[in-house]
Design a protein around this ligand. Structure first.
Ligand SMILES: Cc1cc2nc3c(=O)[nH]c(=O)nc-3n(C[C@H](O)[C@H](O)[C@H](O)COP(=O)(O)OP(=O)(O)OC[C@H]3O[C@@H](n4cnc5c(N)ncnc54)[C@H](O)[C@@H]3O)c2cc1C
Ligand code: FES
Length: 270
């Protein structure tokens, strides 16, 4: 059952002129949320913006006993709401409604988890990594961005033994080009006996490419679809994704309640 909490900003670490990691105290949410679920954040007590904005949970904050007491958001500043988050100071309070949506399904060894992140699409993979590590699942992260300065927070993944494949569009770190290039190469090289689950979050074109590669190589995939969300609770239909139906037709699914995680096979790309 979602809860609406008045979460205190504990810290706000600017990673660049666009990105920050904001830490919030919200034990009720931190103990309930699962990897892939999201929260609707209202970053102001004024009138603008009226609508909350959807955010993935990035890290869980834990006390010395290991109990979660809060979480962080990896925020990219793109407009009015994300700017409020970027500018927030410790002590500010944000209303956070969650947990919302369906989480990723968790695979276990011998199935390998291959995570594919584009830019701020890295956000849901830190908690997924923690959950998969607890099950002993072998993990890889394909992570792409424009340049080296936009590849953040690798320290969240390396301690869990995640094998990294980095790409940048300008070639300043890792392989030059889009993140789906090493993914395609490694899928082609992996024997069918090696079981792989693909998880992806990032720009729509990247998600479509991952979904198609998964289909071509016969691998299951789960895609975190990003839609503008007015309510996060199924009431406004601003967030729909076209999905296949069993009879070969299609329908629109509200990604805030049936997603944001969709099976790659189910999504119909416009
Ligand atoms: C389930 C989910 C989880 C998300 N998690 C994160 C996260 O962890 N970190 C993060 O930085 N962002 C995340 N986003 C995206 C984030 O919600 C938007 O960037 C934010 O709502 C933009 O609000 P704004 O007021 O700053 O921008 P606005 O002023 O509302 O819009 C600025 C520009 O961004 C575009 N835009 C707004 N929302 C989206 C969207 N959802 N997808 C694509 N373009 C959009 C608008 O069309 C416009 O061009 C997530 C979105 C979803 C649906
Ligand atoms: S955001 Fe309102 S129905 Fe999904």
């Amino acid at each position: 059952m979602p809860v609406d909490v008045d979460a205190e900003v504990l810290s706000n670490t600017r990673l660049s002129a666009e990105y920050c990691v904001i830490a919030l105290r919200a034990p009720e949410l931190a103990t309930a949320i699962q990897p892939g679920q999201f929260v609707m954040v209202r970053a102001t007590h004024g009138e603008t913006p009226i609508l909350r904005r959807p955010y993935s949970i990035f890290d869980l904050l834990r006390d010395p006993s290991g109990a979660p007491f809060g979480f962080t958001l990896l925020n990219k500043r793109v407009g009015v709401g994300s700017r409020l988050l970027y500018d927030a100071a410790p002590g500010a309070r944000f209303c956070c409604l969650g947990p919302l949506g369906r989480p990723f399904s968790l695979v276990s060894s011998p199935v390998e988890a291959w995570m594919v992140a584009g830019g701020v699409g890295l956000a849901p993979f830190a908690t997924l990594t923690e959950a998969l590590a607890a099950r002993g699942t072998p993990m890889r992260l394909f992570y792409g961005a424009r340049s080296a300065a936009d590849l953040f927070c690798l320290d969240r993944f390396e301690p869990f033994g995640v094998s990294l494949a980095l790409t940048t569009e300008d070639g300043s770190l890792g392989e030059r080009g889009r993140v789906v290039l090493p993914l395609e190469r490694d899928l082609a090289a992996a024997p069918a006996s090696r079981e792989v689950m693909l998880y992806a979050c990032g720009p729509e074109a990247m998600l479509a490419a991952v979904g198609r590669l998964a289909g071509r190589f016969g691998r299951p995939s789960e895609l975190a679809m990003e839609r503008q969300m007015g309510c996060g609770m199924g009431g406004c239909y601003s967030c729909v994704v076209r999905v296949r139906t069993a009879d070969g037709g299609s329908r629109y699914a509200r990604s805030c309640i049936e997603g944001p995680i969709f099976k790659g096979d189910d999504v119909l790309w416009e």
